[in-house]
Design a protein around this ligand. Structure first.
Ligand code: NAD
Ligand code: TYD
Length: 356
């Protein structure tokens, strides 16, 4: 693939997007990175503190649903790569307020696909061979029982408004391949964790609550299983797919790391007890665990078979779960100001509504 790419990263101020922008700026010095983000509650400019605008990087505050802004940006910047992260991403919010998920995840993805189609499939396109990578989730495949794993050919069976909106967007992306020959790729990844994750998701929520003496809400029996992947590993996989992936292909990305929620929560508590000592109460942090009402329609188990991407592109996760949790806890301990500042009034109101 040619160098001197001009990549549009949508949602680059969110958790994975910010890690991805940082990775690109460090490892792809020939690429111009245009980070487009609406700055919703989940998007934070602080996630890219220290990143300076200039020849290599530009930030654009915009909504991916704004068709004229998207079309103009493709032309103005001669975008030839897209890494599309922007989304509403939290399952619990999709249960209490699904409309934003339909708008951003479905209509927004459609709007971007249209902008790419108009720019890249026009007779006047003179840029590099373009590629549109849509970043999606393993949740599109539904829920597993005790055995089995999701492969690239597992039929879609989304069960929450979030996963249904992501599955819809995956279908749209595929439709643009088959109908228009738009050069698209898709990645379906398992649960990420690491720096800059908004403290409404399980791992940063447990960090925040257990360092501030709050209860650790465990939905249902806590035996739900997720396949956890360190965010840098995910970002590296995305770069591989962008550069070497086969047009039209979906790639499953996972951590080979299935854990029950209770195991995850107790590991964070114990790691914190070791690193910063027991809280003033003298009780281990795991005693803050509180079983609460289950999530509606809670998917029991996700597990990714990531052998295809390993065989085709040579990618596999490098960071073990124990190392990843250690790095993540260290990062959150060193960045408690960040945690405080992203938990704004809006988030707290939502949190209080959920947990009282
Ligand atoms: P996030 O919620 O942390 O960040 C989403 C970003 O998108 C935010 O910066 C937000 O401001 C921006 N955004 C939202 N609506 C927008 C709009 N209409 N226009 C422009 N920007 C908008 O999400 P994340 O966890 O970083 O996830 C990124 C992507 O990866 C999502 O598409 C998600 O479905 C997918 N994914 C996430 C995980 C995970 O574990 N977090 C796993 C697999 C796939
Ligand atoms: P989450 O981080 O919201 O990711 P996802 O729903 O996309 O998998 O949740 C991870 C798991 O943790 C999921 O099984 C729900 C559970 N969970 C809790 O038990 N308590 C919580 O407070 C949260 C946020 C999640």
């Amino acid at each position: 693939m040619e160098t001197n790419r001009r990549i549009l990263v949508t949602g680059g101020c969110g958790f994975i997007g910010a890690n991805f922008v940082r990775l690109l700026l460090a490892h792809q010095p020939d690429w111009r990175v245009i980070n487009l983000d609406k700055l919703t509650y989940a998007g934070n400019l602080q996630n890219l503190e220290g990143v300076v605008e200039g020849e290599q990087y530009r930030f654009v505050k915009a909504d991916i649903c704004d068709a004229s802004a998207m079309e103009a940006l493709f032309v103005e910047e001669q975008i030839d790569l897209v890494a599309h992260f922007a989304a509403e991403s939290h399952v619990d919010r999709s249960i209490t307020g699904p409309a934003a998920f339909i708008q951003t995840n479905i209509v927004g993805t459609f709007t971007l696909l249209e902008a790419a189609r108009k720019a890249w499939l026009s007779d006047t396109w003179k840029g590099n061979d373009p590629r549109f990578l849509h970043i999606s989730t393993d949740e599109v495949y539904g829920s597993l029982g005790d055995t089995g794993m999701f492969t690239e050919t597992t039929p879609f069976d989304p069960r929450s408004p979030y996963s249904a909106s992501k599955a819809s967007s995956d279908h749209l992306v595929n439709a643009y391949l088959h109908t228009y020959d738009l050069p698209v790729l898709i990645t379906n990844c398992s649960n990420n964790y690491g720096p800059y994750q908004f403290p409404e998701k399980l791992i940063p929520l447990v960090f925040h609550n257990s360092t501030t003496g709050k209860e650790l809400p465990i939905y249902g029996d806590g035996k739900y299983v997720r396949d956890w992947l360190y965010v840098k590993d995910h970002c590296e996989a995305i770069v591989e797919v962008l550069i070497k992936g086969k047009i039209g292909q979906s790639y499953n990305i996972g951590g080979n790391n299935e854990k029950q929620n209770l195991e995850v929560v107790t590991l964070i508590c114990d790691t914190l007890d070791k690193k910063i000592g027991l809280p003033v109460s003298g009780a281990p942090r795991r005693e803050l665990i509180t079983f609460v009402k289950d999530r509606l329609g809670h998917d029991r188990r996700y597990a990714i078979d990531a052998s295809f991407i390993r065989e085709q592109l040579g990618w596999e996760p490098k960071v073990t779960f124990e190392e990843g949790i250690e790095k993540t806890v260290d990062w959150y301990l060193a960045n408690q100001d960040w945690v405080g500042s992203v938990i704004d009034g809006t988030y707290l109101k939502y949190y209080e509504k959920m947990y009282g």
